[in-house]
Design a protein around this ligand. Structure first.
Ligand SMILES: Nc1ncnc2c1ncn2[C@@H]1O[C@H](COP(=O)(O)OP(=O)(O)OC[C@H]2O[C@@H]([n+]3cccc(C(=O)O)c3)[C@H](O)[C@@H]2O)[C@@H](O)[C@H]1O
Ligand SMILES: Nc1ncnc2c1ncn2[C@@H]1O[C@H](COP(=O)(O)OP(=O)(O)OP(=O)(O)O)[C@@H](O)[C@H]1O
Ligand SMILES: NC(=O)CC[C@H](N)C(=O)O
Length: 556
């Protein structure tokens, strides 16, 4: 009986959903690296061939057939005597379609395991497109019995328990686990410890890294030994192919302890997720870079910083678009921020367009006094201008609204909401302030931007203002951000009642006002660009509310 097994954990960015040949090349490179390290088995993440999350793409028979072809090719390549290979992808079996793991060994598909537990909550809808496989049994591999599971399988006890009872020597899960701040400490590690305690088996969590539309995969793969000690923790937000060595000790399989790379602190994780999300979105969709409006305010400053760290200064263009209400401080701060970041900075005044619209609309508006209409026009003129630059130069427009604004509708639809992607969509304003301070004090790993402060201090300390009329401040229209964000978190992430929030010390009238703002802004969010998921309840797939909602009027 063999006593040593070497498993390479390929924590890779499988290029993107549907890019099967590029994904296969990435898998091949990981297998070659595993072979170089002396691996017997190379493990790649959930749906590594097809790209994760495939959503309704799996309903296309052509996609499923193409995946099967690529998997067959990869299987044939394992006739070379090198390591076995675990990949993920769709498996059409008669009229059933599974999310499956495939063991490729000796030139063929040696085993398949269909995902048994299909996640159908949060961002997931797997019951809609996949059939559930049977509870898995262990797979024999070179003298060892491996308990292979596909992601959600290990989040519930049944599969691990059955694998243990049927003789598995280790639990090995391949994952596509979406990032949420602190998910490793808060959820994955404690749950993995539970599975180890329940079964007495070592546990491997092999995760993918990268981003697909709104979802970031943060990596942080790990191995737990039967005594619950952490034998390996791979980096967060970066690819890695790590060799793990397994030995039989009595009747147990144990992993030789290796490097443990803890995830960054919470702000570091959120910043890294925003950076990876934007980088992969822009690169996978083939944009040369991004353009954004730089107002001298905090939201556009941090968005620009993330863009520079994601793409490098040469791929980011900032545009200041002053109106008669733009303060000299904003002009100075925007220019200084662009200088600190080393990005191209253009100035395009919007006064002429404001005058043109005022003249065009005057006969129809008659003697109605100026109001929010004229404010929104400024925002829309900026949106049209930025989209013109995007059309002309091919860069994607980066939109800058944060979660506090998206929650309350404090943004102009077809105005500052214009754009292709957002890094702040799921970040509350209070966290925006903290992230700015964090970035000015830290150079994130892998960042393409400069070290040191990249946002002028005044951008962080001055009161937020949209500058759409003289002396306007956000707090003329909204509660203080500390109060607003506490209420929003309670209503959105907590689904709390008005009474529960009042019992926590919040003012009833303010809570009611925010509740109504939140409900009424649903129509804006449905038309908002996608953005990086950071919290357990991001707008979009994670939180699906009706637009037409009569319950709002009943809330007291
Ligand atoms: N249920 C519904 N379904 C579909 N459409 C609906 C709708 N309710 C209103 N609408 C439409 O939406 C329009 C109102 O929305 P919109 O035009 O956006 O305008 P509105 O929401 O009234 O105003 C925009 C708000 O955002 C603030 N703002 C603007 C720009 C930047 C910033 C900032 O600091 O970041 C803040 C601004 O001060 C103001 O409070 C209506 O005129 C109507 O056309
Ligand atoms: N004068 C300006 N020049 C360039 N872009 C602007 C200008 N004013 C607003 N924008 C764009 O519109 C977005 C919304 O701006 P606004 O100042 O109204 O609100 P904000 O949410 O406080 O954002 P910020 O903190 O970036 O100012 C900005 O982030 C920026 O991208
Ligand atoms: N892809 C999956 O099955 C992932 C589901 C799992 N609960 C997670 O969030 O990590």
């Amino acid at each position: 009986m063999a006593d040593t097994l070497r498993i390479a954990l390929a924590q890779i960015n499988t290029t993107h959903v549907g890019a099967l040949h590029a994904n296969a090349d990435r898998i091949r490179a990981a297998r070659a690296e595993g072979a170089r390290l002396g691996a017997d088995l190379v493990v790649t993440p959930e749906f590594s061939v097809g790209g994760y999350l495939p959503e309704d793409l799996v309903r296309k028979p052509a996609y499923v057939a193409a995946c099967a072809e690529v998997i067959a090719t990869l299987a044939a390549e394992t006739a070379d005597g090198g390591p076995g290979l675990i990949v993920g992808g769709p498996w059409a079996d008669g009229d059933r379609l599974y999310n499956a793991a495939f063991l490729l060994e000796g030139g063929k598909i040696a085993a398949r395991r269909a995902k048994h537990e299909l996640p159908n909550y949060g961002v997931f809808d797997e019951k809609r497109v996949f059939d559930a496989g049977p509870v898995p049994g262990p797979i024999p591999f070179r003298g060892f019995r491996i308990g292979l599971m596909v992601c959600e399988d290990w989040w519930l006890p049944t599969c691990a328990e059955t694998l243990c009872e049927t003789g598995a020597e280790m639990l090995l899960s391949i994952n596509g686990s979406p990032f949420e701040a602190d998910k490793h400490d808060r959820q994955r590690l404690p749950l993995a410890v539970t599975r180890v305690v329940e079964t007495g088996l070592p546990f491997v969590f092999l995760a993918q890294v990268g981003s697909q539309d709104e979802i970031v995969f943060d990596g942080a793969s790990f191995v737990l030994n039967p005594d619950r000690s952490l034998a390996a923790l791979l980096p967060s937000f970066a690819e890695d192919v790590r060799l793990t060595e397994w030995r039989r000790e009595g009747d147990r399989l144990v992993c030789v302890p290796g490097a443990v790379v803890p995830p960054p602190d919470t702000l570091g994780q959120v910043y890294a997720a925003m950076t990876l999300g934007l980088r992969d979105y822009v690169n996978k969709n083939g944009f040369p870079g991004v353009v954004l409006g730089l107002s001298g305010g905090i939201d556009s400053a941090i968005s620009a910083a993330v863009a520079v760290d994601a793409l490098g200064p040469d791929r980011v263009q900032a545009v200041m678009m002053p109106s008669p209400y733009t303060s000299p401080e904003s002009l100075e701060d925007a220019a200084k921020c662009a200088r600190l970041l080393g990005i191209r900075y253009d100035t395009i005044g919007i006064g002429p367009a404001m005058d043109a619209f005022a003249g065009m609309l005057a006969p129809t508006f008659g003697n109605r006094p100026p109001d929010i209409t004229e404010e929104n026009l400024q925002s829309r003129i900026r949106g049209v201008t930025l989209m013109a630059l995007s059309n002309k130069f091919g860069s994607m427009l980066l939109t800058t609204g944060n979660k506090s604004e998206m929650s309350t509708g404090y943004a102009t639809i077809y105005g500052d909401m214009c754009g292709g992607y957002s890094v702040l969509k799921d970040v509350y304003k209070t966290m925006v302030f903290a992230l700015c301070r964090w970035r000015n004090a830290n150079l994130p790993a892998g960042a393409l931007g400069p070290a040191g402060a990249v946002m002028p201090e005044r951008v962080i300390t001055k009161p937020p203002s949209a500058e759409l009329r003289p002396d306007q401040k956000d707090q003329d229209s909204l509660p203080e951000y500390e109060v607003l964000d506490a209420i929003l978190e309670g209503l959105i992430e907590g689904e709390k009642s008005v009474d529960a929030l009042v019992a926590e010390g919040l003012d009833r009238a303010t809570v009611l006002r925010v509740w109504k703002l939140l409900d009424r802004a649903e129509y804006k969010r449905r038309q908002a660009p996608p953005g990086v998921k950071i919290t357990p309840r991001a707008f979009g797939r994670d939180r699906r509310y009706p637009i037409t909602n009569g319950f709002t009027a009943l809330v007291k």
